[in-house]
Design a protein around this ligand. Sequence first.
Ligand code: ATP
Ligand code: MG
Length: 441
Amino acid sequence: MIKRFFRRVLGLPSHAPQRVGRERHPLRREALSAGALKTCEVLRQGGFSACVVGGAVRDLLLGITPKDFDVATDARPEQVKPLFRRALIIGRRFRLVHVMLGQETVEVSTFRSADAASADRDEHGRVLRDNVFGTQEEDARRRDFTINALYFDPSTEEIIDFHGGLADLRKRVLRMIGDPVTRYREDPVRMLRAVRLAAKLGLTIESATRAPIRKLAPLIERVPPARVFDEMLKLLMSGHASACVRQLREEGLSEGVLPLLDVILEQPLGERFVTLALAQTDERVLSDRPVSPAFLFAALLWHEVLAASKARQAKGERPVPALEAAMDKVLDAQFEKLALTRKLTATMREVWTMQPRFEQRGGQRPYRLLEAPRFRMGYDFLALRAASGEVSAELEAWWRTFQHADADTRKAMLLPDTGPRKKRRRRRRRQEPAGAAVPRA
Ligand code: ATP
Ligand code: MG
């Protein structure tokens, strides 16, 4: 018992590695993608061992179709590459091979060791480099959760289970390999992965794996923002975004990845808005409809933008510059934690700046808004605002009709073009081109 405890703390298998024969589990080689199967076969014929590992084995055993297949082998990248017609060695931190077979890309990685003693770490224990090749057993030990360290050998249809992953899968438990505190310190992203995998797969996070998260949550701030962004994107696009965000909050992780999300969720309107946005995203993902990350991030941050913009207007700033300044402030703050890409923030800005324009329903303005490149996304965003009670249902209904109506109906729908500021601006605009047009006439 005590021996087992120490083995577990040291990250060693708590019992001898198990080779689980095909008669004791339901996974068959036919369940693999053609590309994964072929890759393993070719590696084997080349004299190497090759197993499908990680998320794909886990998902298949849970009856879920895997997103992609990873293969682990004892062949070095430069030994793998020449075995395939189309293969690329990628990655600087750790080199792996992308094997392309038809439409499919299979990721082939060489067994590696997270040599705990020699890895470069920062002062919080975060591993900066781990690029030592190793044995299959070492490869299993550096993986995060027991259910992610299962190897399926298609040649024998055996599952090799070093850490009791099959039993945990059966119990639907997510358990860290080794000492959870050390493993989170090595790579704080594992905390986000724990939440995402538990929510996505409907697993319980085992208590020792769950307990340290709250205290260690601030370590997320040490992770390069681009990695946090990748993980957040996976989390939000998982089809279980609502559950994930709920759990992030429960575990005290939301502050590190989406600052102020908690504040937003405490305001009734903000909560309704974010909850609806997440639910809608999940629905779209689960029914295979496209989801725009820009739309989602724009939704998550909207009430923060709104609050900042209102505060500025209360001090006398005009609405448009107030909104511009609010967007800058929110995006700058977010950038430090999440590294939202330029392309993404450009679209988010477009969606946000479109919102006040929906209020103007007279003259030429609604027609111009219809021409905006992201009109559809802007309108969907308006619909979400209406559903959450932030703007009137009447405004949303007007736009819903207007965008599909014929010319006569549209004309009849226009509201009187009111508002003193708009009139002033219009007069000024008319004068200038009128003067310029005279000589041409
Ligand atoms: P999904 O593909 O559904 O997002 P996954 O578990 O396959 O989940 P990947 O990012 O594809 O996630 O990683 C593949 C495998 O690599 C994992 O199953 C795990 O064994 C290992 N792994 C990934 N990230 C880490 C990490 N931060 N620490 C340790 N092992 C990891
Ligand atoms: Mg995967």
